[in-house]
Structures are given as structure tokens and as C-alpha cells.
Design a protein around this ligand. Structure first.
Ligand code: PRP
Ligand code: GUN
Length: 183
């Protein structure tokens, strides 16, 4: 398990965004091509790694949490909501400031309510800025984040609580180096 993910990371291209070495990978970018066997590898590992007991909703973030949220939802029959970069002004919408290693923006959380037990998944964690902003926003609704798992962990940031990652990587100008994996 995770051999397909690890191999795909070791061969993925890097581009410089200023000082930031940005890896380009099917799970985090949708390019190069998203191969079905990679999606299956990731979906099965997420399903095995996450504690989904009594979880009634999956939360993912736009854009690249969406394909992994879709496959996990299909496997588990648990519905999911997407934290969007667009405002809807629906009742209960939570507005969240997002800062990553290379961008700043605003996110909008909908469809999470008091009493929900949430599994949060995302394609990558890097500075942890996004999830540090998202966790209190989800909890402000009265929901509980039961478990959270990132497919790729680059940087291993402290987010104030335990979290899971399928693979931990280091990135430099030469490429991606896989340091650790959950399975
Ligand atoms: O730990 P952080 O430094 O906050 O980085 C992680 C965030 O970066 C990526 O999203 P991005 O904002 O690039 O949006 P995208 O999914 O639309 O590419 C990823 O999906 C996370 O949400
Ligand atoms: N694709 C991609 N997404 C990221 N999100 C945070 N860092 C990165 C990165 O280096 N590559």
C-alpha cells in the first residue's frame, strides 16, 4: 500500500515560486495525469488510516481536496462538503482567512452543524496555515473534528493537535524525497 503514491512523488516535477520549491503532482494539482491506480492507492489508504467511527460528514477544501473527498465518500457512503473559495451568504456560513506558503485568501465553510462528527481530509499540508484556520472555524459551528488526514505532509507543521498523513516528504530544487509513510 502507498507504493504507487510514493513512486509518483519521487518522479514529479518541481517549479520555483520565488524561494518556494513547488512540487507538481496529480493529487495536489490534477496534473500530470491522474491515474486510476494512484487514486485507488490513496483512497484505500485514507479509508484504512482514518478512524471513521460515528463520522457523519467529510470536510475537504477547494480545489484539490475534492477528488479525494469524492472517492472516500463513494467508498464509505459518508457525504462531504467542500470549503470553498467563493462566498454563498447562506445562513451559518463561516468566513475563514487562509494563509499558505505562497498565497493568501478567504475560504467559506457551509453545511457543518452542531453535533456533526467530521473527518477532515486534504491533499497536502505544508505550513499548516490552512488547517490552523479551518479547525476553529469548523469547531465554531459546534461540530467535532473526529479525525484528520493529509495525503502528503511537507514540513510537518504543528497545528495544535495530532493529525495523520499518508506520506511525509521533503522538497528541494532536485525533487521530492519521501521521508516516511503511514503504511
Ligand atoms: O498547509 P498550507 O501551507 O496551508 O498548505 C495547504 C493548502 O495548500 C493547498 O491548497 P491551495 O490553497 O494551494 O489551493 P488548491 O487546492 O486550489 O490548489 C492544499 O489543498 C491545502 O489546502
Ligand atoms: N502542489 C503543491 N501544493 C502545495 N501546497 C503547499 N505546498 C505545495 C506544493 O509544493 N505543491
Amino acid at each position: 500500500m502507498l507504493e504507487v503514491l510514493k513512486r509518483s512523488l519521487e518522479i514529479c516535477p518541481i517549479v520555483q515560486r520565488g524561494e518556494y520549491s513547488y512540487f507538481i503532482h496529480p493529487i495536489t494539482d490534477g496534473v500530470p495525469l491522474v491515474e486510476p491506480n494512484l487514486l485507488r492507492d490513496v483512497a484505500c489508504a485514507l479509508f484504512k488510516a482514518l478512524d471513521l467511527k460515528d463520522v457523519n460528514k467529510i470536510v475537504v477544501s477547494e480545489a484539490m481536496g475534492i477528488h479525494i473527498g469524492t472517492v472516500l465518500s463513494l467508498m464509505t457512503d459518508i457525504p462531504y462538503t467542500i470549503v470553498r473559495k467563493r462566498e454563498y451568504k447562506l445562513p451559518g456560513e463561516v468566513i475563514i482567512g487562509q494563509t499558505t506558503g505562497y498565497s493568501k485568501g478567504t475560504l467559506y465553510l457551509n453545511s457543518v452543524y452542531e453535533g456533526d462528527r467530521i473527518a477532515f481530509i486534504d491533499d497536502v499540508i505544508s505550513t499548516g496555515g490552512t488547517i490552523r484556520a479551518l479547525l476553529p472555524a469548523i469547531e465554531s459551528t459546534g461540530a467535532e473534528v473526529a479525525d484528520l488526514c493529509f495525503v502528503i505532509n511537507r514540513g510537518n507543521p504543528d497545528i495544535g493537535r495530532a493529525y495523520k498523513s499518508l506520506v511525509t516528504i521533503d522538497v528541494d530544487k532536485d525533487g521530492v524525497h519521501v521521508l516516511d509513510s503511514y503504511f
